[in-house]
Ligand binder design. Structure first.
Ligand code: HEM
Length: 138
């Protein structure tokens, strides 16, 4: 099975697996906010329900990058918004983002293993490299 198929199957499983009424994206933000004060301080005034909805939508653009090899309009806008000119999200923070995501996948995917972890890291890598690059190339 190819890595994008392994990813697709795992993504379906994590979306289907509600744990104690907490969905995948809610749990992701719990992990992410706990990962560093540099992260939690950025979300002090944020409506986290809206934030989760926006992330879920933008996830599609991250995944699409892996398949198409290009950023769509949605990801372009998000990258600009996170860049040094706007939100000023330092590239190193994306490593915490990805590690928090994988910690959440580990919790939510009953079939989690090394292959599943690698599939997620590969699928996310192009979009994240793009976001980091755009930090100071907007
Ligand atoms: C690939 C990774 C990421 C994606 C796809 C993503 C996606 C998003 C989206 C869709 C929004 C909402 C945009 C809107 O309101 O129009 C947002 C807002 C935001 N993101 Fe990210 N993000 C990522 C990584 C990060 C990282 C690493 C940080 C570091 C702390 C971060 C901090 C923020 C902040 C502070 C906001 C604004 C929150 C507010 O409106 O109060 N993001 N992000």
């Amino acid at each position: 099975m190819s890595y994008d198929n392994i990813f697709d199957a795992s993504y379906e499983r994590v979306l289907a697996a509600g744990k104690d009424g907490t969905d995948f994206f809610e749990s992701f933000y719990r992990h992410f906010l706990r990962s560093s004060e540099l992260v939690s301080e950025r979300f002090l005034d944020t409506d986290m329900e809206k934030q989760r909805r926006m992330l879920k939508k933008s996830f599609y653009s991250l995944i699409a990058f892996y398949a198409s090899g290009a950023a769509d309009n949605v990801l372009e806008k998000i990258a600009y918004m996170h860049s040094a000119r706007e939100l000023d999200i330092k590239p190193a923070l994306y490593d915490l983002w990805l590690d928090s995501l994988l910690a959440t996948v580990q919790d939510y995917d009953p079939e989690f293993n090394d292959n599943v972890e690698l599939a997620w890291r590969l699928v996310m890598s192009l979009g994240i490299t793009y976001m980091k690059f755009k930090y100071d190339h907007c």
